[in-house]
Design a protein around this ligand. Structure first.
Ligand code: ADP
Ligand code: MG
Ligand code: MG
Length: 917
């Protein structure tokens, strides 16, 4: 063991607990790790915790800062601390008559996979095992403990896989014709110990007999595991800094395997899946450590309330050990009251006496998180603020979509991108026509499987349970449309080889045909064979309650991205306060109007375009009226036509031929035009406001539709409405100025015409005043950098962070899913640049645009309508940089509201601010 002197290390390195006293407390997670801090906390509460000590995380940091040497003073401190344990326990470490045994447990701040497994029964050797035999008057127990210790120590410290030991154990049980470990005799266990030691020798290792050598070996293994590849990866993925380090807990053993008056178990202070206030847990008689979770025997329920249907005959702890159970109940109540949260506890009963080995805040489902938060407010245990902070925004997603029954078995065929959450099961169809026919005429449930989707597929997508595509990314047509519909979608599933002609797809060796069942999990991207039961989301009263509290604290507005009256309605129900992005092209995609749109695109003259546009105008007007009505006077931001025109043209020759016939244009000409229009990723070029510059009649028509809709509603239905007209993809103030001016002319003309008509009418009518705003999307780096100039012509800004991310990083999420996946998998970024806004990239551009835009135009209204508007960390960023609102897909509105409230609460700890809405 390497040590170096450590004059610089002033702080205390080892913290003792036990005998009713503790040197640390539960708030010292940074220093003592989560497990350690709570062991100290429980001791302070007067709970029966076996004595022990914690080596602090600072020692771990020192260890790695000093070429893996311990500070010299540590040795002395550990000896002293162990001496204290010895005197509480009245046993001696390494003593041949009355040995003290300990467990060595790792403990980072947050529980972390990849860290060392706990070693139990440390201190045993060929001598002390006899002492344990004498002490306990139970030889079987002594050798059972010894063989467990050799297995754990060899696995964890010596690096000999525990498989080898398990095989020998299984062989022995087989030879004896028994099923359970507990049926082996003392002689059997003694033989096992000999065989185990032989395995260690065969592996070229020596099993340390000296307990001190065992102890330092285990401590070294805990520190070593901090740098295990798994731990490193986990830290990287979860942004846990290396410097945090891990603590080591050394704790006197208590034994659940000393006979039938002994047991070990785990429990939750409330039901972790429903949140219902009932004590819930499992235990095993005559068992140790992880036996309960390892599935060696079927665990028994601690009480009747914890009983599963399948375990009806098993005796409860309440019945088997009533005294210990009563004490356990008192203990959990005390813990919950103290920690003011649902606890996940570990306990052991030795000869009828209860010992507590761990407590922590329990993991829970979304439903449980809500129920617990709401109940605890009612019980007076926590405040509303705390309740709001307790629920993770992302978790709510589970409640808002159907999900796969977690109990169900499933065979995962392949994985694509989790493009739109939820779960769906149905029969495979390969084309939208069949989808519509099967659903409408045969009442079947279908999954639409496509190489990629295009506008013609809308009808089929609308009736399908879910959508699966082989190509395309998170912002592909399929993904965007499905999210808008709140429908499950897995996109870019490269493993699928689809043959539309033979109506089948293959995955590896398997073939699936039209009519076969598959299941999709849009939250994980999994494609699953056959039917898996799904659970529908239900109206959740706890959610409604929490959302009420959320809105008391929230400062920034939450709007929705909605393209149809139905989207708008869903979003309103989820609490949206307006529409932040209404994409007009999705209205163009509707199957009954796409032909008029195509006619407009393919027209060679302004006249031709205007003729086609005249057909589109009334349809758009209807849509806008529908949406305005749903939003009942709330703000609605409408983006004028944005995408490159080729997206509206069919991809395949046969479809092109059909179109040529319909609109009476020669096929060859159509084909040439389609090729001319084609744009490549990242689709810039002739789209957005540039379309508006070249063909003003398109935007003019749209503005006319918007204003006519507004005027008619004001005139006929007494509406108050302020449409916000948004001009996309501006990179230069001149583009905006040009488009804005004619849009304003058009808008004024519409209002004037309405008033003229009113004046001519017989009945006296009030003058119509419709206010409107004209603003722009900030989605190009240049727009952000020239925000001061642009803001002169913009009544509002809205950050289009999808395109802004692509153009900032030069990376497109739609680039073949494959490329992007490999690229992101290489993990050169701390996190996926598409996932969160950060101050080194898109976030910095936003910050510049906000500051300079508002400096030039005080009070400029600014929002965000990219996908980031529904992502909690990005929402926090938006809150801090001073946005007025975020906008996200309808199903994410509750998530955004909660995230926004949490940001406000976090910030209000440092300063008082007032709502910006
Ligand atoms: P994990 O973090 O994986 O839960 P733990 O350190 O909590 O690891 O230990 C694993 C198991 O060993 C738990 O069931 C725990 O209750 C048990 N255990 C740990 N220390 C002791 C001890 N001193 N006496 C008895 N059982 C122990
Ligand atoms: Mg544990
Ligand atoms: Mg855009």
């Amino acid at each position: 063991m390497k040590t170096v002197s450590s004059p610089g290390l002033k702080s205390k390195l080892v913290f003792s607990f036990g005998g009713g006293k503790a040197e640390g407390n539960e708030n010292q997670k940074e220093l003592l790790g989560g497990k350690g801090a709570n062991l100290h906390g429980m001791t302070k509460l007067g709970l029966p915790v076996p004595p022990g000590f914690t080596i602090s995380t600072e020692v771990c940091t020192f260890y790695y800062g000093n070429k893996q040497a311990y500070p010299k003073s540590l040795v002395k401190n550990v000896e002293l601390a162990l001496g204290r344990v010895e005197s509480v326990m009245k046993r001696k470490f390494g003593d041949r008559r009355n040995p003290l045994l300990v467990s060595v447990r790792s403990g980072a701040r947050a529980s972390m996979p990849g860290m060392m497994d706990t070693i139990l029964n440390l201190g045993l050797n060929d001598e002390t095992v006899k002492g344990l035999e004498e002490q306990s008057k139970d030889s079987r127990f002594a050798y059972d403990s010894y063989r467990r210790f050799i297995t754990m120590y060899s696995d964890v410290v010596l690096g000999i896989h525990s498989n080898q030991f398990e095989i020998v154990l299984e062989d022995l049980k087989h030879e004896r014709g028994v099923e359970l470990d507990t049926q082996l005799t003392t002689a059997d266990l003694q033989r096992l110990v000999q065989q185990y030691k032989q395995i260690v020798r065969t592996e070229g290792k020596t099993f340390p007999e000296d307990p001190w050598e065992q102890l330092w070996g285990a401590v070294g293994a805990v520190f070593g595991s901090w740098m295990s590849p798994r731990a490193i990866t986990y830290r990287k993925l979860n942004d846990i800094p290396l410097e945090w380090g891990t603590a080591v807990n050394v704790q006197s053993m208590v034994f659940g395997n000393m006979g039938n008056d002994c047991a070990t178990g785990v429990a939750f202070t409330r039901d972790p899946s429903t949140g219902v206030r009932k004590f819930f847990g499992e235990f095993l008689i005559n068992a140790q450590g992880e036996d309960v979770v390892a599935g060696i025997r079927t665990p028994q329920p601690i009480n009747v309330g914890s009983r599963h249907a399948s375990a009806e005959e098993l005796q409860t702890l309440e019945a088997a050990m009533p005294k210990a159970y009563k004490e356990l109940v008192r203990t959990y109540q005390k813990l919950e009251k103290h920690y003011r949260d649902m606890q996940d506890i570990e306990f052991t009963i030795e000869r009828g006496k209860l010992f507590m080995l761990q407590t922590r805040n329990g993991k829970r489902t979304a439903a449980a998180a809500l129920r617990i938060a709401c109940n605890m407010v009612k019980e007076g245990l926590i405040s509303k603020r705390e309740a709001v902070m307790r629920v993770q925004p992302e978790q709510l997603d589970q409640l808002l979509h159907p999900m796969l029954d977690p109990q169900a078995r499933k065979t995962v065929l392949a994985k694509g991108l989790p493009a739109s959450p939820g779960a769906a099961t149905g029969q495979i169809v390969f084309d939208p026509e069949t989808a519509e026919k099967w659903v409408k005429e045969l009442n079947r449930k279908v999954i639409l499987v496509r190489i990629e989707t295009s506008p013609e597929d809308i009808g089929g997508m609308a009736v399908a349970q879910g959508i699966l595509t082989a190509r395309g990314g998170m912002t592909s047509h399929a993904a965007v449309v499905a999210r808008g519909m709140g429908k499950c979608c897995v996109s870019g599933c490269q493993a699928l080889k689809i043959s539309n002609d033979s109506k089948l797809f293959t995955v590896g060796q398997q073939t699936f045909r039209e009519g076969d069942y598959i299941t999709l999990d849009g939250s994980t991207g999994e494609v699953i064979a056959g039917q898996v039961p799904t659970i529908a989301p239900t109206a959740n009263l706890d959610l409604l309650q929490l959302m009420k509290w959320v809105d008391e604290f929230r400062e920034i507005g939450v709007r929705t991205n909605a393209d149809t009256p139905n989207d708008a309605k869903v979003a309103r129900a989820f609490g949206a306060e307006g529409i932040g992005l209404c994409r007009t092209e999705h209205m163009f995609f509707e199957s009954d109007r796409i032909d008029a749109v195509r006619e407009m695109i393919l027209a060679d003259t302004k006249d031709g375009r205007e003729r086609a546009l005249a057909k589109i105008l009334p349809m758009q007007k209807l849509d806008f009226k529908g949406i305005f009505r749903e939003m009942k006077g709330l703000p609605v931001t409408i983006r004028l036509l944005d995408p490159p025109l080729h997206e509206f043209i069919p991809h395949k020759d046969e479809d092109l031929k059909g179109l040529a016939n319909k609109i009476d244009v020669p096929f060859e000409r159509l084909k040439r035009k389609a090729e001319l229009l084609h744009e490549f990723n990242p689709m810039l070029g002739h789209r957005g406001c540039r379309l508006g510059v070249s063909f003003p009649e398109i935007y003019r028509t749209q503005v006319r539709a918007i204003l006519e809709a507004a005027c008619e509603l004001v005139r006929d239905e007494g509406f108050s409405i302020v449409p916000e007209i948004m001009i996309p993809l501006v990179g230069d103030w001149r583009e905006l100025k040009f488009c804005r001016e004619y849009c304003e002319d058009e808008a004024k003309a519409v209002v004037a015409r309405f008033n003229e008509q009113a004046a001519k009418g017989t009945a006296p009518r009030k003058k119509i005043a419709v206010k409107y705003l004209i603003g722009t999307m900030i989605e190009l780096p240049r727009a952000a950098l020239t925000a001061a100039e642009i803001s002169k012509y913009a009544d509002f800004f809205s950050f289009g962070t999808n395109d802004l991310t692509q153009t900032t990083y030069g990376l497109s999420r739609d680039d073949s899913g494959n490329f992007l996946k490999d690229y992101l998998d290489a993990k050169i970024y701390e996190r996926d640049p598409f996932a969160t806004l950060d101050t080194a990239g898109v976030g910095r551009l936003m910050d510049i645009a906000i500051r300079e835009g508002r400096a030039a135009r005080p009070g400029l209204k600014i929002g965000i309508c990219g996908e980031h508007g529904g992502e909690p960390q990005s929402i926090d960023f938006c809150h801090r940089t001073g946005l007025d609102y975020v906008s996200c897909s309808p199903y994410r509105v509750p998530i955004a509201r909660l995230a926004a409230a949490q940001s406000a609460l976090k910030q209000s700890r440092t300063k008082k601010s007032k709502p910006r809405r």
